[in-house]
Design a protein. Structure first.
Lengths: 127, 325
């Protein structure tokens, strides 16, 4: 789904939360998944103006999980390692932002090049 | 920044009002959009450094008020159910931050351990490897001197004298980095040794009074040594002290160690809140101490200098009296 406004963020959160509950995540975990979606979508709106968030239930060898992919064609992140470091941005220094998302989820992947946008994929497995 | 206090109060009441009205909105049918805003509110709370307990009590108050505002039992039940979702939404930024802090503390402890290993390695290199090279130079010089006329022999002797001086300094530095005394005799003799060197170099008296004996586990002795080392560095470098007093004593099974100076003093609270080298140094000291169950008390004023007081509750199994000297 397209993300370009606060309303879109709400919709992404809603879909993420209901998918998480459908997949059998606890309501606490569903809240954390919605939180991760918020942070990712927030980044899109603030840095790229417009982008996409895709949600998917996934099947591991003997577990179930959720995959969130946030992508945009914005300016990209010149230094990914820096962006993932705590304290790089104001939100980062409080453990929020991308470093926060990484800690809430089990797996985190990011691809970004200056001028070519950013794609972030995160997975969380049901305990 | 000066108006921060005034603004904070206003912010505080604004925040309370916003929280209560959002909660009402959610309880009366607001869906994900309201939860999204609750999340943003939590995010704001954390960046305004609102305490978690403050937030929880604010939540409790808001729920209580809403509960009393209606006699409708159905609404009240619904309120109790939904308010939990609302609260956890508001808390989730705190969850993120807390995970971050846990990671940071773990990393800091690991860094301390790595640092200690690294220091050992450097101390060894300086002492043993550089020392051996110097011995080789001594031997080569002696051999050279044999073949020289007496006048030049004297020059070689001068060079040898300088080499010995270098050797002495290297040994001293290596021992201060990671004193073998610390392992062999314990933290108090190691601190005496350190203080002697600092006192000579900084040209100020360091008075030591230690009414304590017996050995402690090596991680604890190393930590105490490092904390005193940091305190001495601060006193000499920043405080421009004229005297330093180090005291160690045991009271009510709590080990106390105080490092006091008559230097310039500083605003302990402001320094610790800042990310200056000194602020981070004090945070690191506190963190190191807390890793061994100790605490740090800082007393500093512009007129009376600075005192750092370390307290470490002593456990029975910490005492190893057989190796006490």
């Amino acid at each position: 789904m397209t993300i370009s406004s606060d309303q879109d963020i709400v919709l992404a959160r809603q879909k993420g939360r209901s998918l998480a509950l459908e997949l059998g995540f606890s309501s606490g975990d569903a809240t954390l998944i919605a939180t991760a979606i918020s942070e990712l979508a927030r980044n899109i709106v603030s840095y790229a103006i417009k982008g996409e968030v895709a949600l998917k239930g996934i099947q591991g060898s003997n577990r179930v999980g959720i995959l969130v992919i946030a992508s945009d064609n914005g300016p990209g992140i010149p230094d990914i390692r820096q962006a993932l470091r705590d304290g790089f941005s104001t939100s980062g220094s409080l453990g929020l932002g991308l470093p926060g998302v990484r800690r809430l989820m089990d797996e985190f992947e990011i691809v970004s090049k200056p001028g070519q946008g950013t794609t972030i994929g995160v997975k969380k497995w049901r305990p | 920044m000066k108006s921060a206090v005034g603004r904070k109060n206003k912010q505080g009441t604004e925040f309370e009002g916003e929280y209560a009205s959002l909660l009402r909105e959610y309880a009366t049918g607001g869906g994900e959009a309201v939860l999204g805003r609750a999340y943003e509110l939590g995010r704001r709370a954390i960046s305004e450094r609102k305490s978690l307990l403050e937030l929880v009590s604010l939540h409790h108050q808001a729920v209580g008020q809403l509960f009393q505002s209606s006699d409708d039992k159905k609404f009240q039940e619904h309120l109790l159910r939904t308010s939990a979702d609302f609260l956890s939404e508001c808390m989730s930024p705190y969850e993120m931050a807390q995970r971050g802090f846990q990671d940071a503390v773990k990393a800091l402890r690991q860094i301390n351990e790595t640092l200690e290993e690294e220091i050992k390695r450097i101390a060894y290199s300086v002492h043993d490897e550089a020392g051996q090279l110097l011995v080789a130079v001594h031997l080569a010089l002696a051999k050279l001197a044999q073949e020289l006329p007496p006048a030049q022999k004297e020059q070689v002797a001068q060079i040898e004298g300088l080499l010995s001086e270098i050797e002495k300094h290297l040994r001293r530095y290596s021992h201060e980095l990671r004193p073998t005394i610390l392992d062999d005799l314990g933290w108090i003799p190691a601190i005496r040794f350190l203080a002697e060197g600092v006192s000579k170099r900084a040209k100020l008296p360091i008075h030591i009074e230690a009414k304590i004996s017996g050995r402690l586990p090596s991680t604890i002795e190393t930590t105490l040594y490092r904390v005193v080392q940091e305190a001495l560095t601060n006193a000499v470098k920043h405080a421009k002290a004229k005297n330093i007093w180090i005291r160690a004593w045991l009271k009510d099974q709590v080990l106390h160690c105080s490092i006091r100076d008559d230097g310039e003093g500083f605003d302990a609270e402001a320094v610790q809140a800042s990310t200056s080298r000194k602020g981070l140094g004090l945070i690191a000291v506190r963190e190191r101490l807390s890793a061994i169950g100790g605490t740090l008390w800082i007393e500093s004023s512009r007129r009376r200098g600075t005192e750092l007081l370390i307290r470490l509750p002593r456990e029975e199994n910490h005492v190893n009296s057989s190796s006490a000297r």
